[in-house]
Design a protein around this ligand. Structure first.
Ligand SMILES: O=c1nc[nH]c2c1ncn2[C@H]1C[C@H](O)[C@@H](COP(=O)(O)OP(=O)(O)OP(=O)(O)O)O1
Ligand SMILES: [Mg+2]
Length: 203
């Protein structure tokens, strides 16, 4: 089986990548499988910059190609926050529950029509041997007033997908993996992955 290394320590992402890549015939390894994997500081000012920083740092260390994901929630009524600060919105300890409660608090009193938001995902594919590639995907939604559902991770319980009439956390993993920002980004990457890996083989 072919293996792809994903430069993430996020369990929710790891699970999604496992099933997204399984359908393409890849086994997934993440930094959760590697003892003492480094924490890469996200010093960029965009999702793209942070995905590239994570991918290139781990590719250099591993001496191997890797994929990194930088993603988050963009809320229009909050001028795009939490954005690239999504993971640490309520503090450095990266607490999903505290983060989503902070967003709900900041949106208190904002009418439904103005609660538009999107999830955004930038993926970077990097290797010590080649130029880094980035792709992106997004999915539109509305931030509801109360969390609903317990699948998924992060902000999923407050992110309502209009077409499906459910929050992301009320979708099965198969359903989420058809419509998510991560799935859309990975679809973009798919067409570039084969030629990247062919150049890898020749380098
Ligand atoms: O599908 C999603 N459903 C709900 N929430 C999501 C999703 N995708 C990203 N998010 C949120 C979680 C976290 O608050 C932030 C990602 O931050 P981000 O820096 O990319 O990831 P992270 O620090 O958790 O792990 P790592 O950097 O090791 O990949 O956006
Ligand atoms: Mg992070």
């Amino acid at each position: 089986m072919k293996t792809v290394l994903i430069a993430t320590k996020n369990k929710g992402k790891a699970k999604e990548f496992e099933s997204l890549f399984a359908s393409k015939g890849y086994e997934v390894l993440t930094l959760l499988d590697i003892p003492n994997a480094p924490d890469v500081e996200e010093t960029g000012s965009s999702f793209e910059e942070n995905a590239v920083i994570k991918a290139e740092a781990i590719a250099r260390q591993a001496g191997h190609f890797v994929v990194a994901d930088d993603s988050g929630l963009i809320v229009d009524a909050l001028d795009g926050r939490p954005g690239i600060f999504s993971a640490r919105y309520a503090g450095e300890d990266k607490n999903d529950q505290a983060n989503l409660e902070k967003v709900l608090e900041e949106l208190r009193g904002v009418p439904e029509g103005e609660r538009t938001a999107r999830f955004y995902c930038s993926l970077a594919l990097a290797s010590p041997n080649q130029e880094t590639i980035t792709v992106a995907g997004s999915v539109e939604g509305l931030i509801i007033n109360e969390p609903r559902g317990d699948s998924g991770f992060g902000y999923d319980p407050i992110f309502f997908v209009k077409d499906l009439g459910k929050t992301m956390a009320e979708l099965s993993s198969q359903e989420k993996n058809k419509i998510s920002h991560r799935a859309h980004a990975l679809k973009e990457l798919e067409s570039l992955l084969d030629s990247f890996l062919e150049r890898e083989r020749l380098s």
